[in-house]
Design a protein around this ligand. Sequence first.
Ligand code: NAD
Ligand code: UGA
Length: 474
Amino acid sequence: MVKEICCIGAGYVGGPTMAVIAFKCPEYKVTVVDINKERIKAWNGDIDKLPIYEPGLKEIVKKTRSNNLFFSNDIDKAIDSSSIIFMAVNTPTKDYGEGKGMATDLTYVEECSKRIAKMSKSNKIVVEKSTAPIGTAEKIKETLSLNNKNVKFEVISNPEFLAEGSAIDDLINPDRVLVGGDQTPSGKEAISQITSIYSNWIAQEKIITTNLWSSELSKLASNAFLAQRVSSINSLSALCEESGANIQEVSKAVGADTRIGNKFLEASVGFGGSCFKKDILNLVYLCKFYGLNEVSEYWHQVIKINDYQKNRFASRIVNELNGTVNNKIITLLGWAFKKDTNDSRESASIDIANYLLTEGAIINVYDPMVSNELIHDDLVNKLKSNGLDNDQIESKISRVNIYDNIYKAAENTFCLSILTEWDEFKDINWAKVSKLAENPLFVADGRNIIEYEVRNSLIDRYISIGNPKIIKSD
Ligand code: NAD
Ligand code: UGA
């Protein structure tokens, strides 16, 4: 009999993760379901227009789709026919009520749990793939058993550690897979069923099993540690700019210590993405909830340094332009929160654009992957969250132009600011740009990607992260 798995949530985690499971485990039939009809349509549509851009994803979907990988809106049918159900729904920060702006909104997780309970006619293993506060698996268990007393549910926590832009590599060759479950005989049996899926391609020693609470906390802790490294190096970038130190040199020297390691020490305009901020705020809220105010404040500082970094960079751009950007065109190169993804959630670009718009600038944007609609919606949502009314939003948005070409976006600009480290930005023809842009050519490099020779010979005024500014002398 074919073993059936389903995954609720066809997003950045559900789509790639299930594609890799289907690819590596041909004995399973894998169905990915979602309430979002457009998303499912896109997963079933043109292979070059999948809803999520990830290097290597298209090739895997091409091999598995309609063989043992299916995308569907029929959630109830998929629940009914699967013995293992992954939940990879979104768990955003609450924007209402108790814990607003900090706690995790578990609405989608709860909706899913109720639906699974309602539709299940046989025993199921429910896998919490979404990142959620500690204790969520216990709540899922409660919801399932309260709403269906006829079947037995086991709940497993199997958090995902993939990073966008390298999701397929991360899934195929992960540092570890974490499977948490109840330490009862049936809990251990469920843990073993889930680990047996991953054992198809991942070495046993990389599969860590724990109890439910440890698994949930380890996911939050991993993101907090990673984000903390970025905030640590970014905090020192401010000190470098004030002194004669160079942040890349500092990063290299510090990271060469094998106890510290060289990864995740790249100073930037600030970290973005859908998870770091929300997961750390979740940790901050949990610590507060348990009365651990000092621990809460310790982790909150990681977010505060990140906000400081974004504002600091935007204000340096304004300062370089004689303290005013009113009616000046500023070109933002990159909207995605990092390269190789079409995701812009919590991207530093949104905050930089917002800062500059508030200062009266006209904004030109170019990104090779993020759609115009998404850029537009990100800005509207940001302006709404500032409390602007529709007319004010309309007026600000009319000052934003989105281009599909770097050189068009560079025309008459007072500053080109690199906000995402897309590889193509390393090959910009600066001689051509300097003929199109206002003179002197001013580049604000939020990713430190412009080569030394280029910035010294072709760019008149150059600021970056964690380095003193460079003014070209002819
Ligand atoms: P996403 O927003 O891209 O996808 C979530 C999907 O779930 C959406 O398509 C939404 O329509 C669907 N959904 C919501 N409620 C539903 C319901 N009741 N029934 C069916 N479908 C429903 O989110 P994502 O980036 O894939 O993240 C999912 C989870 O994984 C989050 O908890 C996140 O923290 C975690 N995570 C994300 C990443 C990442 O890099 N994006 C990495 C690791 C973990
Ligand atoms: C991050 C984690 O790396 C994943 O392990 C985790 O699964 C995921 O969050 C999640 O839970 O969602 P992701 O946000 O996709 O993955 O991407 P990262 O590579 O971590 O980058 C996050 C942000 O930090 C980006 O804006 C990136 O540009 C920035 N960053 C990263 C730096 O500024 N400097 C660095 O050295 C590294």
